[in-house]
Design a protein around this ligand. Structure first.
Ligand code: SF4
Length: 433
């Protein structure tokens, strides 16, 4: 699908060649450009001929000279240059299916698009990959691909994803491995379904695809209060989280001995739910699956501790840190350590109960504006409330329930200060003048 150019970067190869916003890119070196992956792949070479259509319909060829691999400098009307592929599953654990009604429309969008995996790190189930999609990933060597595996048992995968293609789609991973595509895999563990022996089997099968399977994350299923009419799943308990750790950790140790990498890591949430100590940051090697909450809290705590000596003896205006129930004890521990080094550090950590999604949801990133207001209003908050920036949509303008930081701030009578997922940034915000 041809896509309209909306921006030409100044002094970019496209700019120097005379391209301008409003034109349409039809092809590069005779190959029609279907989407952003075609665009990135076919624009790699140093000498290109772009077929361009003007606003009046006239078509012309424009030669472009640039360095090999240098971006052309074009932005298109739609990021992918064509429509996003929607998910064709109905996973029993899907968080989107458990959202309350009436939230903003974009939150209900279920994408399952291999291009977003490559470009943005999204995870795909492979159930809607056509033969042409697989061929293209292999031909263009689109790597790494992030895959939501859940289980390597084909029948169980059909049951968990509620998609009859889910079992056979696993075979695509063998083709990716043969084609040299790197895969980062995720297993969302649901109690009584893909845990226990099934988890052991999945880990063994994925390990057999190493080094193509480069990392595996194991994370708990997140359960909200909005599961009417959905598959009856049991919540992750302290005991079941511990059982998962008892399977994964020894397996990771074996991998370390045999392969030189642990290969598989559990999400921080499993340690917190099980009431077990977090691992040191060295445990997580390259933090490849950091965005999935793998090693995020240990790294945050280490960053905080490393930066703390810089603030010795400093004073800070009184503050409140509002976070989810899961991370609150760790943040309170950090605050105690800071108070021991800095006189007059008047701050507190408040654990926000998640009434919006349900009390089994305890991560900071899913705390809403209305829960902050309900649970903080009337309390002594100091001069500002520090929150995790991941409570807000990209751009920092709105919480999941559409309240803005400004609205929450007006309700509470103090500014809301977002903090990046970075322990050093928390210290910086605490001691900000
Ligand atoms: S793949 Fe499964 S979990 Fe992901 S959006 Fe689709 S139904 Fe939901």
């Amino acid at each position: 699908m041809a896509s309209k150019i909306t921006l030409v970067d100044q002094d970019s190869p496209a700019d120097r060649a005379g391209l301008r916003a409003g034109q349409i890119l039809l092809s590069i070196d005779g190959t029609s450009i279907r989407d952003v992956l075609d665009y990135k792949f076919y624009s790699y070479d140093a000498k290109l001929v772009l077929k361009i259509q003007d606003e009046d319909g006239a078509v012309c060829d424009i030669p472009v000279h640039k360095h090999e691999g240098e971006p052309l400098g074009l932005t298109f009307e739609h990021y992918l240059m064509d429509g996003m592929k929607q998910c064709s599953n109905k996973c029993v654990f899907c968080f989107i299916d458990q959202l309350p009604k009436g939230m903003r429309e974009t939150l209900y969008v279920k994408d399952d698009d291999a291009r977003m995996s490559f470009l943005m790190g999204n995870y795909i189930s492979m159930t809607n990959l056509s033969e042409a999609d697989v061929d293209r990933i292999l031909r263009m060597h689109i790597s790494p691909v992030n895959i939501s595996v859940q289980t390597t048992n084909p029948e169980l995968r059909v049951k968990m994803l509620q998609n009859k293609r889910a079992g056979e789609a696993l075979q695509i991973m063998n083709r990716f491995a043969e084609g040299g595509i790197t895969m980062n895999c995720q297993l969302v563990v649901c109690k009584g379904l893909n845990d226990g022996e099934e988890l052991r089997r999945s880990l063994r099968d994925l390990k057999a695809l190493y080094p193509a399977v480069s990392t595996i994350s194991v994370v708990p299923f997140g359960m909200t209060n909005h599961r009417e009419g959905l598959y009856a799943l049991e919540p992750t308990t302290s005991e079941s989280a511990g059982e998962v750790l008892d399977i994964v950790e020894p397996f990771a140790d074996e991998c370390l001995q045999e392969l030189g990498t642990r290969l598989v890591w559990c999400g921080d949430e499993l340690y917190l739910k099980a009431g077990r100590p977090l691992r040191d940051t060295e445990y997580y090697e390259d933090f490849t699956q950091f965005e999935n909450g793998i090693g995020m809290l240990p790294l945050f705590m280490e960053e905080f501790r490393l930066a703390l000596p810089d603030y010795k003896g400093r004073t800070a205006r009184p503050f409140t840190i509002a976070t989810g129930q899961a991370a609150a004890p760790s943040l309170a521990l950090l605050l105690d350590e800071a108070a021991a080094k800095c006189d007059n550090l008047r701050g507190q950590v408040v654990a926000i109960r998640n009434d919006f999604f349900g009390q089994l949801v305890s991560v900071a990133g899913l705390v809403t504006g209305q829960d902050l207001v309900k649970q903080l209003k009337g309390r002594e908050l100091g001069e500002r409330v520090l929150i995790s920036a991941n409570m807000l949509r990209d751009g920092g303008d709105v919480f999941l329930d559409d309240m803005t930081p400004q609205q929450v701030s007006v309700e509470l009578g103090v500014p809301i200060v977002p903090v990046e997922i970075d322990g050093a940034d928390l210290l910086c915000k605490i001691f900000e003048d």
